[in-house]
Design a protein around this ligand. Structure first.
Ligand code: PLP
Length: 387
């Protein structure tokens, strides 16, 4: 018997298969709305000029590549804290640099499981398809509630609150900080307040996944929900990604922040041990570049301007779609890279087969995959498939 005989076949990531299909499609008018990266109006995902500037500084001044330690770049963590939590906020938080938001989610789940094996984590559906497998792989039990109704394009807030009224002090609740993936439908600030109050009353621990700060309504506005939760709850987990809002993707730049009032030392030592056994130390480059940006007023201003440009472009595409077809009106008020169109799998397939438009099988589109030139053909193709 082989040591590997117990392995079960795993389906390839459908989005990665889509990339290959797209690449091999010879039709010149093809449009890729699948992969979740920002694209500019020319269809490119360039390195931020602010990152290039920071990389020049690093190239000239970085004195060593010696190990930093399991927390990663402390300057990065310190300078990101006010960006995420607000000026003067975030005291007493445990912070650790992670390989992307994914690393932070996994570490958060490992931490919970180390304390409460098999603890329940509640999450709305649909969600980023990797959430549930990350949590299950770490040992948690995933419980779901309906978050979004695709047909009406609305958040099912009553259903969510009904599900959350059953959570207890041993439960974790996943919340998307902003720019919900895959629906673009975020909670209003009033709804955040209700959720935060309910979780605080029940003692459950929110895990806020903030992977798109700045891509919705702006840096502070996109953190408003998280900050509401921070005001209400004594225990909070925050999985943060810099991979979208600094365009660092492959550099795997993120952080885990934990509030554990009165239990800081035991939590900190466990996080460090778990990280040490997972990746030992996080990759340096992306976080170092972010630190250099945040240390420098000119680079910071440049970064914020670049982020503003991205956000405005995404929201312009949303307006253009909503203006072009009344059925797309709900996309106007959604935020971030994604929306989930009410398409059957056969319609998603027809978009690809008949119109060379590629999107996730769920009907999720990346708005940044559209340009000024392709909004119109996209809307026409969609109208044909919806008939
Ligand atoms: N959380 C959500 C909701 C995401 O969409 C993503 C990436 O697509 C991540 C976390 C992970 O981001 P990273 O690439 O930093 O691991």
């Amino acid at each position: 018997r082989s040591l590997f005989a117990g392995l079960k076949p795993q389906a390839p990531d459908p989005l990665l298969s889509l990339i290959a299909l797209y690449k091999n499609d010879p039709r010149p008018q093809k449009i890729d709305l699948g992969v979740g990266v920002y694209r500019n109006d020319a269809g490119d995902t360039p390195v931020f000029a602010a990152i290039k500037g920071a990389e020049r500084v690093l190239l000239e001044t970085q004195p060593t590549k010696a190990y930093l330690g399991p927390e990663g770049d402390l300057g990065f963590l310190e300078l990101m804290t006010p960006v995420v939590f607000g000026e003067g906020k975030g005291d007493g938080l445990i912070a650790l640099q992670t390989p992307g938001g994914t690393g932070a989610l996994r570490l958060a789940a490992e931490l919970v499981n180390a304390s409460t094996p098999g603890a329940r984590i509640w999450m709305g559906t649909p969600s980023w398809p990797i959430h549930a497998p990350i949590f299950r792989t770490a040992g948690l039990a995933v419980e779901t509630f309906g978050y979004f109704d695709v047909a009406t394009q609305r958040v099912c807030f009553d259903e969510m609150m009904a599900a959350l009224s059953a959570v207890g002090a041993d439960d974790v609740v996943l919340l998307h900080g902003a720019c919900h993936n895959p629906t673009g439908a975020d909670l209003s600030i009033q709804q955040w307040r209700e959720v935060a109050a309910l979780l605080a009353a029940r003692g459950a621990v929110p895990l806020v996944d903030l992977a798109y700060q700045g891509l919705g309504d702006g840096l502070d506005a996109d953190a408003a929900g998280l900050r509401t939760v921070m005001d209400a709850c004594d225990r909070v987990l925050v999985a943060y990604s810099c991979d979208k809002n600094f365009g660092l993707y492959r550099e795997r730049t993120g952080a885990l922040f934990v509030r554990a009032r009165g239990e800081e030392e035991i939590v900190r030592s466990n996080i460090l041990q778990l990280a040490r056994c997972a990746w030992s130390m996080p990759p340096d480059h992306g976080a170092a570049a972010v630190r250099v940006i945040l240390e420098d007023a000119a680079l910071s201003a440049q970064w914020r301007t670049e982020l503003d440009t991205m956000r405005e472009r995404i929201n312009q595409v949303r307006h253009a779609l909503a203006d072009a077809d009344p059925r797309l009106e709900p996309l106007r008020d959604q935020r971030g890279l994604f929306s989930l169109l009410p398409l059957a799998p056969s319609q998603v397939e027809a978009m690809r087969r008949d119109h060379a438009i590629y999107m996730a099988g769920s009907g999720r589109i990346n708005l940044a995959g559209l340009t000024t030139a392709t909004v119109e053909p996209f809307v026409q193709a969609l109208a044909a498939c919806l008939q």
